[in-house]
Design a protein around this ligand. Structure first.
Ligand SMILES: NC(=O)c1ccc[n+]([C@@H]2O[C@H](COP(=O)([O-])OP(=O)(O)OC[C@H]3O[C@@H](n4cnc5c(N)ncnc54)[C@H](O)[C@@H]3O)[C@@H](O)[C@H]2O)c1
Length: 403
């Protein structure tokens, strides 16, 4: 039996996927409301295919609880934020979860850490707990997760995976477990290599996004069309530039590269600059809003609306989102009044938030496309009488500004 600890964006789909592929699974989360919601038969976030997967896991007998189970295999999938000052990974949730597990784990149990951690974290922060508690019988494994919100179910089934273990035999055992559902290739390596590969993958993405964002700034400065330039450059057989955007959010690309900056400050220069470039984009968009307002003779910021609150399209995850960063930046400038709407966010989370697209559009003259949800692509004609600042180059109406 597998006890999955932490039933958030990663732990829940993982637990459901294993359960629906014949593994006996109990999911544990210390958030009682979350566990109650799951036990009442409801999923806790929106994701393509998640409800069907939930149903097949329920049919297969998955259970949810706040208690840690006595079993031979644990999968820990709890948050790993970074310390905003030192930029290093903050392993406090993983450390706490490992202690919770050690309270009940039998002799020789395998403890798989799925949470993303910086290279050396298992050695520096987890192994000492085992030593302190005289539990070196417990086997540690690191199995980082690569799935992307919006396509989680497909990617769980099809992505390649990495498993880091001290002993090959334990690595192979956990590989067998993931092979119950994973059709991709599963590489078994050592723990530090597995830790580093996950962080490097997200850093690769962050640096490449930063390059596109920097090009957008250069092109804006000298009045060149960044999209046309990238399109032409990408016709070169060995060039593949990403698209610029209003910033980077989520739990991975906007967080994990900082771990390397925090641990290797004198070495991770390109990464440091890239993260700063990406983090500066919401401010850049805010400046564009003011430039456009000036050009159009607009003076009332309350007639400007941000479309989208989530960090990417067609998901309900708002963590670290560019829109939230932009609103914070606005507040730092002691300004308020921007209106906001997102079809995926039902609760009121920020001031001046709307829950209906038509009502939102009725109250604004300038709309800023922060997120390319399918809804806005399908309803683009509704923007025809508006001034549009399109941060994703998806709007082909007449009066469109870009970043
Ligand atoms: N979200 C993503 O897109 C994504 C993708 C790949 C990897 N990751 C990594 O996966 C890990 C988990 O991220 P997430 O997005 O699922 O986080 P999350 O915040 O959505 O979920 C974490 C869950 O763990 C629970 N929890 C925390 N400590 C606990 C404890 N001691 N006992 C029981 N439950 C506990 C919380 O209540 C929460 O429900 C992170 O390291 C993240 O970097 C995330």
């Amino acid at each position: 039996m597998v006890n999955v600890i932490g039933l958030g964006y990663i732990g829940l789909p993982t637990a459901l996927m294993m359960s629906s592929h014949g593994v006996e699974v109990i999911g544990t989360d210390y958030n009682k409301d979350l566990v109650d919601t799951l036990n009442a038969g409801h999923t806790t976030f929106k994701e393509d295919g998640l409800d069907d997967l939930f149903q097949s896991a329920l049919d297969a007998g998955i259970r949810f609880t706040t208690d840690y189970q006595v079993t031979d295999t644990y999968i820990v999938s709890v948050p790993t934020p970074y310390d905003k000052f030192s930029k290093k990974v903050d392993p406090c949730y993983v450390v706490a979860a490992v202690k919770n597990v050690l309270d009940v784990a039998p002799q020789g149990a395998v403890l798989v850490i799925e949470s993303t951690v910086s290279p050396g974290t298992v050695e520096k922060s987890i192994r000492p707990i085992l030593k302190e508690q005289n539990r070196t019988d417990v086997k540690l494994v690191h199995a980082p997760e690569r799935i992307i919100p919006g396509n989680m179910v497909y990617e769980l089934l099809h992505n390649n995976r990495t498993i880091g273990a001290d002993e090959k035999e334990i690595g192979e055992r956990i590989k067998q477990l993931y092979s119950s559902f994973c059709q991709g290739e599963i590489v078994v390596t050592d723990i530090k290599t597995a830790e580093m590969t996950k962080v490097v993958e997200n850093t690769f993405r962050a640096v490449n996004i930063a390059f596109a964002n920097e090009l957008a700034k250069i092109c804006r400065h000298d009045n060149m069309d960044v999209y046309e330039i990238i399109r032409i450059c990408n016709m070169h057989p060995r060039v593949n530039i990403l698209q610029p955007g209003p910033g980077v959010g989520g739990h991975c690309i906007s967080v994990d590269p900082w771990f390397l900056v925090g641990d290797y400050p004198s070495l991770a220069k390109v990464i440091d600059e890239s993260m700063k470039t990406n983090d500066g984009m919401p401010d850049f968009v805010l400046n564009r809003i003011y430039e456009i307002m000036k050009e159009k003779g607009m003076t009332d910021i309350t007639r400007v609306g941000l479309y989208g609150l989530t960090y990417k399209e067609n998901v309900d995850d708002m963590r670290e989102s560019p829109t939230l960063q932009l609103l914070e930046s606005q507040e730092r400038h002691l300004a308020t009044g921007l209106k906001v709407y997102d079809p995926f966010i039902e609760k009121d989370v920020v001031a001046n938030q709307y829950h209906n697209l038509d009502e939102f559009l009725d109250d604004i003259d300038l709309v800023v496309i922060m997120v390319k949800h399918n809804e806005i692509k399908e309803e683009m004609n509704k923007l025809s009488s508006k001034v549009v600042l399109d941060c994703h180059n998806i709007c082909h109406l007449n009066e469109v500004y870009h970043i």
